[in-house]
Design a protein around this ligand. Structure first.
Ligand code: ZN
Length: 152
């Protein structure tokens, strides 16, 4: 049996929980990195801010956004996993997630590592929603690129 929107029930519960109670809500006051993302197909928006510690690791994350449940839940899940990562690690994390969205198989080890993010693999059944799921991640990627360009 399929859930009304075709997503597995368990996955749907996790996504709705993040949509209703997004983690790391808000914009940081003096961010080192910031990015704006917009998905014209769905009207989703994400504004992402991050701070870096002296060790070069992300130590603060805040995002505000509006749009569909997939876009906001995905950004919330991403924001939950960024603290403690270097920018290189964050970029590798984005590549991993894009790979999943492009159809790469999720091994049991990876599924354990990424936790709730694994729930988004159900979105692959709905190609038009993949852009929604990726919005927070491409916003992060753009923010890192811009930071590197202005820092060098
Ligand atoms: Zn959307």
């Amino acid at each position: 049996m399929q859930a009304p929107d075709g997503l597995d029930d368990l996955y749907q519960d996790i996504i709705l929980d993040h949509y209703r109670s997004p983690r790391n809500q808000g914009a940081l006051e003096h961010p080192h990195l910031h990015g704006e993302g917009f998905n014209p197909f769905c009207g989703d928006q994400i504004h992402l801010t991050m701070t870096l510690g002296e060790d070069g690791r992300i130590n603060g994350v805040g995002f505000v956004g509006q749009g569909c449940s997939i876009s906001q839940a995905s950004a919330s899940m991403l924001s939950d996993q960024l603290k403690g990562k270097t920018l290189d690690e964050a970029e590798a994390f984005v590549r991993m997630f894009k790979g999943i969205m492009q159809g790469e198989e999720v091994s049991e080890e990876l599924e354990e590592e990424i936790g709730e993010i694994a729930s988004l693999q159900g979105v692959r059944q709905f190609p038009v929603r993949i852009k929604c799921a990726l919005l927070g991640w491409t916003t992060l990627q753009d923010a890192i690129r811009e930071y590197r360009e202005t820092a060098s």
